[in-house]
Ligand binder design. Structure first.
Ligand SMILES: Nc1ncnc2c1ncn2[C@@H]1O[C@H](COP(=O)(O)OP(=O)(O)OP(=O)(O)O)[C@@H](O)[C@H]1O
Length: 325
């Protein structure tokens, strides 16, 4: 990793440590994540496949303005390093919880932010990637208030294999009900549930479902949005926890509208469409972008962007030689 001059630590999580660094070859400031796992026992030791999954998913998503972009991936002395564009700004979580101290965003501001996130997720899904850990902590706010989704540490390429998929995934407060009920046959709708939780948080200034345990989380979800649609889902009976007492308790109808009384009808259509318990009736990211809340907005922010290898620039494809995936 002599190519990169370390400029300081940015953050640290379960999967690795992230440093700001300068690429001596290009002069660019980048973010370098050293994964905790290693190859053949290096850096603490998980297998190579696991270690490189994050890089593979980032690679599939390159070229989108709202997804943090991979520059290179390296392995050296048994350790894996992921080199990304550096986004100079706080996480969306810090903005919501510290800078704004719980002051909600206006509906127009929330729409501008959600358009970026949903556009990024739609492109990610079109590229065959599920993120599986969408939350405000994994969104970085750039200089002009532009959002970039980061931390693909839990993501996976859907084509790489059929279910069963890993469970549990997604941080509890943003976890879809089918995941809490133990599903291992889930799909990219787990990400659109998380988007619904983020949208509500932007509009309310605090997390929608701050559960303290999986069962408390499920209770909060069902008490807020109801659960009748969930039971009518053909996949419900196959869920490992379908027999849980929590699924058979009488639930009030959805209270979501009462919680956000000033949200426009068009905005509520998007929110309630993302927060449908039954995954097959939940909005996809691509469908959400077609909702009137976005298409009829007075001042659309930007045209939706595509992602994928076709948008590689000359400079980046040169750097891509270093990619080991
Ligand atoms: N490209 C980037 N540019 C700027 N900051 C970044 C970048 N990537 C990550 N970060 C910062 O570093 C922090 C940790 O990165 P990341 O979430 O990828 O690590 P992690 O080990 O997977 O964390 P966690 O355990 O929370 O999932 C992020 O929350 C973010 O603030």
């Amino acid at each position: 990793m002599e190519r990169y001059e370390c400029l300081g630590k940015i953050g640290e999580g379960a999967a690795g440590v992230v440093h700001r660094a300068q690429d001596r070859r290009t002069g660019e400031t980048v973010a370098v994540k050293r994964l905790r796992g290693g190859i053949g026992g290096g850096c603490g030791g998980v297998d190579e496949k696991e270690c490189l999954r994050e890089a593979r998913c980032l690679e599939a998503c390159r070229g989108h303005p709202h997804l943090v972009e991979l520059r290179a991936a390296h392995r050296e002395r048994g350790c894996c390093y992921i080199v990304m564009e550096y986004v100079d700004g706080p996480s969306l979580a810090r903005v919501v919880r510290e800078k704004r101290r719980g002051r909600p965003f206006t509906e127009a501001e929330a729409r501008r932010l959600m358009r970026q996130l949903i556009d990024g997720v739609a492109a990610m899904h079109a590229a065959g990637v599920m993120h599986r850990d969408l939350k405000p902590d994994n969104v970085v706010v750039g200089a002009r208030g532009d959002l970039k989704i980061c931390d693909f540490g839990m993501s996976r390429i859907v084509d790489a294999g059929e279910p069963p998929y890993t469970s549990p995934v997604v941080t509890l407060w943003y976890r879809a009900p089918e995941l809490i009920l133990g599903s291992q046959e889930y799909d990219s709708h787990v990400d659109t549930w998380s988007l619904g939780c983020i949208m509500a948080e932007l509009l309310a200034g605090s997390p929608l479902f701050p559960g303290r345990s999986e069962m408390d989380q499920l209770n909060r979800v069902f008490d807020t949005v109801g659960m009748q649609d969930m039971k009518s889902w053909p996949g419900f009976a196959r869920l490992p926890r379908a027999e849980s007492a929590l699924c058979h308790r009488a639930r009030p109808p959805s209270r979501l509208r009462e919680m956000l009384p000033t949200l426009s009808a068009a905005g509520f259509d998007v929110l309630s469409g993302l927060l449908v318990c039954r995954p097959d009736r939940r909005l996809t990211a691509a469908d959400a972008l077609q909702c009137p809340w976005f298409t009829d907005a007075d001042a659309p922010d930007a045209a939706p962007a595509a992602c994928g290898g076709a948008r590689f620039t000359h400079c980046i494809s040169g750097v891509a030689d270093a990619i080991v995936v």
